[in-house]
Design a protein around this ligand. Structure first.
Ligand code: PLP
Length: 370
């Protein structure tokens, strides 16, 4: 029995993707085993954090790393690190950074809400957010002209939440940072390539451990050795209320070690989504197909087009019925306004595609026979 069912909570079938609100990732047996073994044992935490830094370095190509409890904590901790360096008195003073070099420059279209606001995470780390340009247009001059002797870092947010057009590129922003000898930070929370931005020359890169990595609730920062040491030292300061435990670190390490060997399971995805579509083939008002991810990633989703006049309900109504049911089924709904729902096979546990098909069938049969 699921532990959540044991608590009396509704069973959730996640077919929408890596959603923090649904518990991000369900980890592999290897990662779960690492969590369990770490939780039942002791370790010298400082030694473990340094070891984790070396593992992060190995898999990201960075000089060093720092485990965190998530990418959001990564933003706060790296902000504090660029303000305080390794000065313990300053570390203990954060988030009060009055009189220090504390300004963090961010492009307006990237000051987004990922479930909480990027700017608030910066402020938690003692940073003063300097938003530049406009929501849909930022010029290189905006960045250059915002730099003062108070600038602590330039922060770039690589995310589907951000405005994609009209922003200055990573390359341009990094070039400006380098010319002014200011650290360049990238929040790459949900990105799949754990080496790309370090290779490009970023000083500090932040990732979530529970998104592409499919690890436990965790995160990581990687980058220049000096900054990573300063990041780890923040656990004596503002990092303390956002600490990652020994089990989280062990799970993060296990997930990193598995990541490069993850097999491309496109065939399995297509097979499962074909099964789902076949089961829905005779349902009135639905037409199902398989669509590859818009961004070209190896994700093959079942796409369910709902013709409301034949189906007896709109895609939005079907979505809502599925989400409020028990089990609660969450589908991807980026195109619900044009009648399209999608099933993401990646987070589905064994056999859940069959449950989704039978629930959809049951709901539609019910309205169609009434
Ligand atoms: C998800 C996300 C975060 C927060 O990541 P957590 O690991 O959940 O803390 C931060 N920034 C961006 C752009 C995100 O998408």
């Amino acid at each position: 029995m699921s532990i959540f069912a044991q608590f009396g909570l509704r069973k959730v079938i996640n077919a929408s993707g890596k959603m923090t609100a649904l518990g991000a990732s369900a980890v592999s047996d290897e990662v779960a085993d690492a969590l369990k073994r770490a939780a039942q044992d002791y370790v010298d935490i400082e030694e473990m954090m340094e070891f984790a830094g070396r593992v992060i370095a190995e898999y990201t190509g960075a000089e060093d790393g720092c485990p965190t409890c998530g990418a959001a904590a990564g933003i706060a901790i790296s902000t504090a690190a660029v303000i305080t360096g390794k000065n313990l008195s300053l570390i203990e003073r954060m988030p009060d950074s009055e009189g220090l070099r504390n300004e963090i420059i961010i492009q307006k279209g990237q000051q987004v809400h990922f479930g909480a606001s990027i700017a608030q995470m910066v402020r938690l780390g003692g940073g003063k957010v300097v938003e530049i340009g406009n929501a849909n247009k930022v010029e290189a001059d905006h960045i250059k002209q915002a730099i003062t002797d108070r600038t602590a870092a330039l922060l770039y947010v690589k995310s589907h939440h951000a405005v994609q057009k009209g922003m200055q590129s990573i390359e341009t922003m990094m070039q400006i940072a380098k010319e002014h000898q200011i650290p360049f930070i990238i929040d790459a929370a949900a990105e799949e390539d754990f080496q790309k931005y370090i290779r490009m020359g970023a000083d500090i890169v932040i990732y979530s451990g529970g998104k592409a990595l499919e690890g436990p609730t965790s995160g990581l920062i990687c980058g220049k050795k000096e900054w990573m040491e300063a990041c780890r030292m923040q656990y004596k300061g503002i990092g303390r209320p956002m600490k990652i435990g020994k089990e989280g670190v062990a799970g993060l390490i296990a997930a990193l070690k598995q990541y490069p060997f993850k097999k491309d399971n496109a065939e399995e995805q297509i097979e499962r989504m074909t099964r789902l579509n076949t089961a829905l083939a005779d349902v009135k008002g639905l037409s199902c197909s398989i669509k590859q991810d818009e961004a070209g990633r190896a994700i093959y989703r079942a796409q369910i087009q709902v013709d409301a006049s034949n189906a007896g309900m709109t895609a939005a109504e079907l979505l809502s019925r599925l989400e409020t049911g028990n089990p609660a089924i969450f589908l991807r709904h980026h195109y619900v306004n044009v009648g399209i729902l999608a099933v993401d096979p990646r987070p589905l546990l064994e056999g859940q595609e069959d449950i989704i098909a039978s629930e959809i069938k049951r709901i539609l049969k019910e309205v169609q026979s009434s």
